[in-house]
Structures are given as structure tokens and as C-alpha cells.
Ligand binder design. Structure first.
Ligand code: 26W
Length: 767
């Protein structure tokens, strides 16, 4: 984008006067933020219009979550005007960094939502016509604070600063029909800028509204009548994002959200094609759809329903759907595979349910009654099965994950339709996750190999001959990033991390399988070890955690409480203060991640092997020159393939070993055999920590008793984890160690989401 300072400041001044009746001098931060953003939006409008009008085949990325984070810095970077705007504002004594207070758009839970955001950015940068379709939740993922060590949730008012990067497109509103009411779906379009290439794709987020402007008087009169009041609430479909990650809760409101999203999106696309005069039999020539996990899978029967209403036979409609849809699976956890009660579904959207039944009948005929293949069984609709049956392609998100899908999770389906299954290893956008969050490191790389890596990350391998020369600058930059993070943590969390400490980081959603508990137990082991002399000379280390727990996930919340108590104990004990600090940062989100990732020395990726589909945080750390302390799980496996296992720190049971260990597993024997482990685990019940609510006691029980004690093999992997982690801590600081960091950076090329979206475009979308 061309940038002229004088013109820009004039535009900003005009918007300030028209929208807020203030001058540039009088404007507050929020007003200025809106005016600056809008001034840019005005400029890019022609490019955006041109991209929207292109006539080739497009892909719709259907997702219940888009975890976009903060837009302004990324957008300015993509447009190539970040520094220009910074200088223009500085010339009128404003500081662009003030906009770091702008709320993240946190319309997602974790990996799946952030992946969608990276893919949109990469597709635009690679000039791939991909548009996102999602829900404009009024409240995104909750804001987290800690009170007395317990997680507290508050509503996330992400629109507090306004939403200048969206445009409400009321004239393209659609009506979504449920059995009990009709709802208006109003689109808000967000431009997705390609990196310095003039491409502007679209993220279209639907907002639900009552069809008639809300009538308060009517509402007042109807208060007594349950149905009407219920309807009023039901029009609030988009009020809030479900804060679940990995557990399926069969809530009707969630089902409404899912249907709302796919019905509005498909009506939108079909309407536009019809207006262009396209024969809907040719739909697959113009569109394909990527289903981001099962959440938008109702799109399949919805499209069939729409086509039948247009006069298609079921077979014709099924054929078109089969050529349009593709399905990505993001987890093998049984509790996360979506299933819906068939009665509830048929009550809410009867004509859609009819199409699901028709698919089931077709499958019955095709599979000759083989009972392994079903969509509806015992009154439950299995969304993954519906997706696999109809879709052209089904993909997992890392090699090991796709293999597990083929071998286990969807084995029967794979046997029947082997050609459907493909792997597309996840990726991350190097613009947000290196250029933007770590500009000095990016500049150091530019200085060695030029800037072509910005859009071709494989070129990082060209750094390999230069790594030795980069060492001292790299250390200096990492040190500065660490100092900045330490200052931020001091301000936000009140915990001081002294200079020279190792930053050992685990940031991700809280889940038992991700094993933050394993990390916590190691911290206790080091603490007792420092005190009793075993680790008298422990390299000074800050153990940094960040994670939100689903509000209804008891064990996850117990783990947060446990770690916060450990932090209290360690940080309050002067005798260890030159060796250890522990901090659990509050409200971990995309913007916090940007600050942490560039400052980490150790990336903890310690899930039980087989459980983490891919992970993408692991890639972010790698790209910023951080070694992984991890299991052979998800994309860690491929990270080791690229960077070498000896440049990372691998421990623990492999997938095959997990299966074996689980036979006759006896965690109590492990406890008895290992006094260090026992001491750490018993703090859960021996009064070391206050436990008013009995949470820690239940955590202890989850490790030692019940149907499947220590389900995620925390105790089994503990000794090997300690061994490797201790080696890592003692390796830290040598040139040899920093070379490992740099080898990781130089080997991160594969993990660009540019590569991922191109793989999708080649193997699946054919665009
Ligand atoms: C029905 C509730 C629910 C909500 C979210 C079920 C499942 C999910 C997601 C599948 C959870 C998720 O975000 N999975 C993560 O997806 C990332 C992107 O592919 C992977 O990198 C992570 O390994 C995976 O946990």
C-alpha cells in the first residue's frame, strides 16, 4: 500500500471530527485507534472489492472458532505501513504502542481456532482464494484471573474498543429457520490482508438478530409466557463462545450456533452463485468447503437440503456435496468427537435431519448392512462419521496423528475408503510469529539471507552456514526479549524474575493429557532438591505457565490451583530465591503468547504420546529459536525430523510404549519406588498446601485410584522427564546450547502455514 503521511493524518483528522467530534489533539486513545484503523480501511477498500469480485473457484473455511488476536499491528505489517504509521503518529506525539491495550479478538479456544486464523493470513499471502466463515460471538473466550489461586472467569467484552476492522453488510443478511423460530443472520466482514501483495480475502462472521427490531413492550407483556421469553433468549444465539476445549457437551444452544453458522454461510454462497447465473450442478467447480473439525458438519445435510429445495434429487445433491466438502480432524479424544441426540436434532431442524437420515440409508445400502458403518446409532448422530462418509478428503494435522486416525480412531472407514485419507501437517504464520513478535531477530535473519523467507520459510535453511556468526546477536536479542517479558510479568502478575534466569515455558490450554501436572511435579522436585542439596547449584530457572481451564473442567482447575500454590511456596521462600521462580500468568491469550514465545529458552511440549494431534505452539517456539523439551507426540516428531533429535530434548513413553505400559499399570508401585516422586505427589494430601475445597485431594486420587488411575502416565514418565529436563537445565548457557536453538530456527521452514495452505490447495481444494 502506498503511504503518504500528510494524506493519512488528514484522513485520520476527518474521521475524528465526523465520528467523534474531536480534533487530533483532543482525541483519546480509543478514538484515535478507531480513526487510524478506519483511515486504513478506506484506503484498502478498492483492493478488497476487486478480490471479492474475482470469478475463479474459492474455498470456504467453515469454523466455529477464529482466534484472530489483535488486528491492528498485523494488518499494518501486511500492508507494509507499520513503520510509516508509527512515524506519522509520532510526528503528532502519539505512540502506536498504546494500541497494545486493544482487546484481542478471542473468538476461539485454542489450537483449532488459532490455526484457522493462521490459515486465513497465509492463504491471502499465498494468493489463494480462501474465505473464513464463522460466528461473531458477542463475548469471546472468558477473561481469566486468579483469586486465592483459583481460576475465576469473567465475560470477555472484546468490542470494548469498537470493531473498526469489520464492516456490517446488512444487505446480505439471511434468514435461518429453526422449527421454533426464524433468526436473522447479519454478516460482518473482516478483510484479511496478504503480506504485501495486494490480496484481500474475507472473514465473514455472522451475527444473530431478531427479525423484527426488538419490541420491549411486547416482551414485557409476554413475560409470563415461557415460550416467547425463551424465543427472545434463543435469538441471542451468538452471545458467547463455548469455552470447551476437547469435551463435547450436548447443549442445544451450541447446536443452534452450529446450524446458524452453516445455514447462513451456504445460503449466502448459493444466493450469490445463482445471481451470477451459475448452474448449481457446477457448484463444485466454483466452491469447496473445509470443515474445521465436526463443529460445522451440519453444512453437509444443509447443502443437500438447499439443493433439494432447488429441485435436485437426493442422489444429485449428495454427489454435489461429496465433491464440495472436506473434513479436518483435530483430536482423537473420544470425549471431543461430537455426537448429537437424534431427537433433539430432528425437533430443532427437521428438514436437515431428514437429509441425515437419507445419508444413513444410502450408507446402509452401500455398506450392505455392515454394522461398523453408521451415522445414526441408538438415537445418536455421529458427526465425524457423517463427515467422513460424505467428504472427498479427510485429513489429520500431523503425520503421527493421521496415522493414528487410520490405524485406530477411524480404522474401519480407512479400510473402506483409503483414498480419502491424507495428512496435512499444521503450520503457523511467520508474519505474526516472527516478524511481528520478534522484529530484531527477523532483522538479524534479513541481514544474513535477505527477506525472501518472509513468504518462503524453507529459505531459513540458508542460515545454516551463518549460525556461528549469529550467535552473539542471537543471545543479545533473546536477552532483551526476556528482560521485556520479565518487566511485563512483574507489572501484570507481581512476580519478579531476576536477570540471568532460564525461561522454561509451558503455555497452552489446560488439559490433563497435556500434563501441566508433570511439569508442576518436576518444579516441586527441584524445589525440594535445592533445599536438601541434591540440586544445590540448580541453574537459576523461572518456570512459567499460562493456560485457561474450561470452566466446567474440575481437574484442570485443580491443576491451576496446585501450580499457583507451588508458586506461592517457591516465590515466598528466600532460601531458594536465587535458584527458582514460578509464575502462572493470568489470562493467557494470543497477545500474551506473542510476548512469551520470543523470550523462551525452553518449550515444554510434554503431552502423553498419541494425545496431542499436532500442537502449533511447539512450532512458534522453534521458529523463535527455542529448543523443545518434549515427547514424541504430534508435530514434535516432525520437529525432530527437521532439526534433529539431538538438538532437542526428548523423553518419555512413545505411542507404542504407552499401549504396553497401560497393560496392568500400577502407579502406586511407581510411587513407592521413587522417593522424589512420592514426596512431590504427596504434597497434594499432606497439608503442604491449603486445600479448602478438597481439589488437591481429588487430584491425588486421579493419580492413584479409580477406574483408570493416572490415565496420562504422569507418574510413569516422571523419572525420564526429570533426567532429560535436568540435563537441559545444566546444558543451558554454553555456545553449544545456543547453537541448538539456532539449528531449530534454521530448520523451521516446514512449519509455515504458507506450506500448509499450499498443501491443502494442491491435495484437497484443487485451486
Ligand atoms: C466439542 C468440543 C470441542 C472443542 C474443541 C472439541 C474439540 C475441540 C478441538 C478439536 C480442540 C483443539 O483445538 N484441538 C487442537 O487442534 C490443533 C490444531 O490442529 C492441534 O494443533 C492440537 O494438537 C489440538 O489439540
Amino acid at each position: 500500500m502506498k503511504f503518504e503521511r500528510k494524506q493519512f493524518l488528514e484522513d485520520v483528522t476527518k474521521i475524528l471530527s465526523a465520528d467523534f467530534a474531536v480534533t487530533l489533539e483532543e482525541a483519546g486513545k480509543k478514538e484515535l485507534y478507531q480513526a487510524v484503523s478506519k483511515a486504513v480501511m478506506t484506503e484498502v477498500f478498492p483492493d478488497w472489492q476487486a478480490c471479492k469480485r474475482q470469478s475463479g473457484k474459492r474455498c470456504g473455511y467453515f469454523s466455529a472458532e477464529f482466534l484472530m488476536g489483535r488486528a491492528i499491528f498485523n494488518n499494518l505489517l501486511s500492508l507494509g505501513i507499520l513503520e510509516d504509521v508509527r512515524e506519522a503518529l509520532a510526528s503528532v506525539r502519539e505512540d502506536l504502542n498504546e494500541f497494545e491495550e486493544v482487546e484481542d479478538a478471542a473468538l476461539g479456544n485454542g489450537g483449532l481456532g488459532r490455526l484457522a486464523a493462521c490459515y486465513l493470513e497465509s492463504a491471502a499471502s499465498m494468493d489463494i482464494p480462501l474465505d473464513g466463515y464463522g460466528i461473531r460471538y458477542r463475548y469471546g473466550l472468558f477473561r481469566q484471573t486468579f483469586e486465592n489461586g483459583y481460576q475465576k472467569e469473567e465475560g470477555d467484552d472484546w468490542l470494548k474498543w469498537g470493531d473498526p476492522w469489520s464492516v456490517r453488510v446488512e444487505r446480505e443478511a439471511k434468514i435461518v429457520r429453526f422449527a421454533d423460530m426464524d433468526v436473522l443472520a447479519v454478516p460482518y466482514d473482516m478483510p484479511i490482508f496478504g503480506y504485501r501483495n495486494g490480496v484481500v480475502n474475507t472473514l465473514r462472521l455472522w451475527s444473530s438478530e431478531p427479525i423484527r427490531a426488538f419490541d420491549f413492550e411486547m416482551f414485557d407483556k409476554m413475560k409470563g409466557e415461557n415460550k416467547a421469553v425463551e424465543n427472545f433468549h434463543a435469538t441471542k444465539i451468538c452471545d458467547v463462545l463455548y469455552p470447551n476445549d476437547n469435551t463435547m457437551v450436548g447443549k442445544m444452544l451450541r447446536l443452534r450456533q452450529q446450524y446458524f453458522l452453516v445455514s447462513a454461510s451456504l445460503q449466502d454462497i448459493v444466493t450469490k452463485l445463482k445471481a451470477e447465473g451459475v448452474d448449481l450442478h457446477d457448484l463444485p467447480k466454483r466452491y469447496c468447503f473445509q470443515l474445521n473439525d465436526t463443529h460445522p458438519v451440519l453444512a453437509i445435510p444443509e447443502l443437500i437440503r438447499i439443493l433439494r429445495a432447488e429441485g435436485f434429487s437426493f442422489e444429485e445433491a449428495f454427489g454435489v456435496a461429496g465433491r464440495c466438502f472436506n473434513f479436518t480432524n483435530h483430536t482423537i479424544m473420544a470425549e471431543a468427537l461430537e455426537r448429537w441426540d437424534a431427537l433433539a436434532l430432528s425437533d430443532l431442524i427437521p428438514s436437515v435431519y431428514e437429509q441425515i437420515l437419507a445419508c444413513q440409508n444410502r450408507l446402509d445400502e452401500e455398506a450392505g448392512g455392515d454394522s461398523r458403518f453408521f451415522i445414526i446409532r441408538e438415537g445418536t448422530v455421529h458427526m465425524a462419521n457423517l463427515a467422513i462418509y460424505v467428504s472427498s478428503k479427510v485429513n489429520g494435522v500431523a503425520e503421527i496423528h493421521t496415522n493414528i486416525l487410520k490405524r485406530e480412531t477411524f480404522r474401519d472407514w480407512y479400510e473402506r475408503y483409503p483414498e480419502k485419507f491424507v495428512n496435512i501437517t499444521n503450520g503457523i504464520t511467520p508474519r505474526r510469529w516472527l516478524l511481528l513478535n520478534n522484529p530484531r531477530l527477523a532483522a538479524l535473519i534479513d541481514g544474513k539471507i535477505g527477506s525472501a523467507w518472509h513468504t518462503d520459510l524453507s529459505r531459513l535453511s540458508l542460515l545454516k552456514p551463518h549460525l556461528g556468526d549469529m550467535l552473539s546477536d542471537f543471545k543479545e536479542i533473546k536477552g532483551e526479549n526476556k528482560a521485556r517479558l520479565a518487566a511485563y510479568i512483574k507489572e501484570k502478575e507481581g512476580v519478579e524474575i531476576p536477570a540471568g534466569f532460564i525461561f522454561d515455558v509451558q503455555i497452552k490450554r489446560l488439559h490433563e493429557y497435556k500434563r501441566q501436572l508433570l511439569n508442576a511435579l518436576s518444579v516441586l522436585a527441584y524445589y525440594f532438591g535445592v533445599k536438601d542439596g541434591t540440586y544445590r547449584d540448580l541453574p537459576p530457572t523461572a518456570f512459567i505457565f499460562g493456560a485457561k481451564a474450561a470452566p466446567g473442567y474440575y481437574m484442570a482447575k485443580a491443576i491451576i490451583k496446585f501450580i499457583n500454590e507451588i508458586a506461592n511456596l517457591v516465590n515466598g521462600d528466600k532460601t531458594v530465591s536465587d535458584r527458582m521462580r514460578v509464575v502462572f500468568v493470568q489470562n493467557y491469550d494470543v497477545s500474551y503468547a506473542e510476548k512469551i514465545v520470543c523470550a523462551a529458552d525452553i518449550s515444554e511440549q510434554i503431552s502423553m504420546a498419541g494425545m496431542e494431534a499436532s500442537g502449533t505452539g511447539n512450532m512458534k517456539f522453534m521458529l523463535n529459536g527455542t529448543v523443545t523439551l518434549g515427547t514424541l507426540d504430534g508435530a514434535n516428531v516432525e520437529i525432530c525430523e527437521e532439526a534433529g533429535a539431538d538438538n532437542n530434548y526428548i523423553f518419555g513413553a512413545t505411542v507404542d510404549e504407552v499401549a504396553k505400559v497401560k497393560h496392568g499399570y500400577a502407579p502406586e508401585k511407581l510411587l513407592e519406588a521413587d522417593p522424589v516422586l512420592k514426596r512431590a505427589v504427596e504434597t497434594l494430601i499432606d497439608g503442604t498446601f491449603p486445600d479448602e475445597k478438597g481439589m488437591l485431594k481429588r487430584l491425588y486420587a486421579s493419580l492413584t485410584t479409580g477406574y483408570e488411575p493416572d490415565r496420562y502416565l504422569v507418574l510413569h514418565d516422571f523419572a525420564d522427564y526429570m533426567r532429560v529436563k535436568t540435563k537441559l537445565l545444566y546444558d543451558y548457557g554454553t555456545d553449544e546450547f545456543f547453537m541448538k536453538c539456532l539449528v531449530n530456527l534454521a530448520s523451521a521452514g516446514k512449519f509455515s502455514s504458507d506450506r500448509s495452505v499450499k498443501d491443502y490447495a494442491d491435495l484437497i481444494w484443487h485451486i
